[in-house]
Write a protein that binds this ligand. Sequence first.
Ligand code: HEM
Ligand SMILES: *[C@@H]1O[C@H](CO)[C@@H](O)[C@H](O)[C@H]1NC(C)=O
Ligand SMILES: CC(=O)N[C@H]1CO[C@H](CO)[C@@H](O)[C@@H]1O
Length: 331
Amino acid sequence: MKFSSIAGVALVALGFIFLSFPGQCYGALEVGFYKGKCGIWDVESLVAGIVEEKFSNDPTIAPALIRMQFHDCFVKGCDASILLDGPSSEKTAPPNLSVRGFDVIDAVKDVLETQIICPGVVSCADIIVMATRDVIFLSGGGQYNVQTGRRDGLESLAKNVDLPGPQISVSDSTAAFQRKGLNVTDMVYLLGGHTVGVTHCFFFQDRLYNFQNTGRPDPSMDRELVKTLRLSCPQTSSGSNIVNLDQNPSSSSTVDNSYYTEIMEHRGVLQIDQALALDPETSDTVTSIARGSDFSTKFGQAMVKLGAIQVLTGTQGEIRKSCRATNTPPS
Ligand code: HEM
Ligand SMILES: *[C@@H]1O[C@H](CO)[C@@H](O)[C@H](O)[C@H]1NC(C)=O
Ligand SMILES: CC(=O)N[C@H]1CO[C@H](CO)[C@@H](O)[C@@H]1O
């Protein structure tokens, strides 16, 4: 009697604890985790300063870092495993070979690790998320608060990389995002990352000449766009040329909703981009983002949610000394 009632109370208490922390999977991330952890230095402003300087020399670090955060977080969670060098690390997996921006993360890490600033405190996983937030703002997107407190992972394996390819269907892509805890609306906002940056012809050249072995271009692509893209991607080429993902020339380097207006006009470059505007599962959301004015805010919120996937916190993982190697290399 007595025991069972104690057990009952304990169970209620346990239930209460679980109910009180519905965001459990978000771990101990918090906005401003580094406040006061680096003496007189404000970590987020230090990072912003370095990123701003890098961006002024090369604004294409913006798409590079946005894509880096996606690839890091989608493979085994946001643990900076994308940064590790090694003969069979994630970096070496085919979808990742064109991920760029590693030098920006190294530059930030180098400054933070100097003795007078705060060695061993700021994780590489958090640097990716902070620097990405900063380049989005510098590229005309919204300014959002990021959660920090991530720790760095100890492992990076190319065989773990199962990122979606450009020909994935909307329903398969939705399922892939769902497996990471992101719903279909999050997915539509996150694909808005394709409002900046470039793609190699290789990833969509089939749409220009021989779509699904029809000997014709993809009928869902605007005729004028087919002509334009054929100039950059000749049929006989290897596909190593690049074109902008956002084919609105006045907005291809700006983080805004023009990706959505473009895909509504059949001017999506990748097959998945175009499919997003046509599939009944996503078309309403695409239309409302194209017509609306809150893309920046919602994109920021979706990036925060992306940044919370399977994070390591507390005493898990480590704080790497160099973002390219774990502190104790596997023997
Ligand atoms: C179904 C999901 C996705 C697919 C299939 C996909 C596919 C691709 C492909 C094929 C490229 C071109 C890569 C190259 O040629 O080097 C690319 C570039 C890019 N992706 Fe995605 N992507 C997806 C989701 C996302 C998400 C969620 C984000 C960010 C939130 C993102 C951000 C970017 C950016 C910014 C670039 C340009 C990179 C640069 O200019 O260096 N992508 N993506
Ligand atoms: C998806 O998640 C977002 C943010 O967590 C939430 O606001 C939205 O209502 C969800 N949408 C659907 C369709 O579940
Ligand atoms: C630009 C780039 O590095 N693309 C690479 C993507 O992956 C394929 C397959 O491994 C490579 O051949 C490409 O060079």
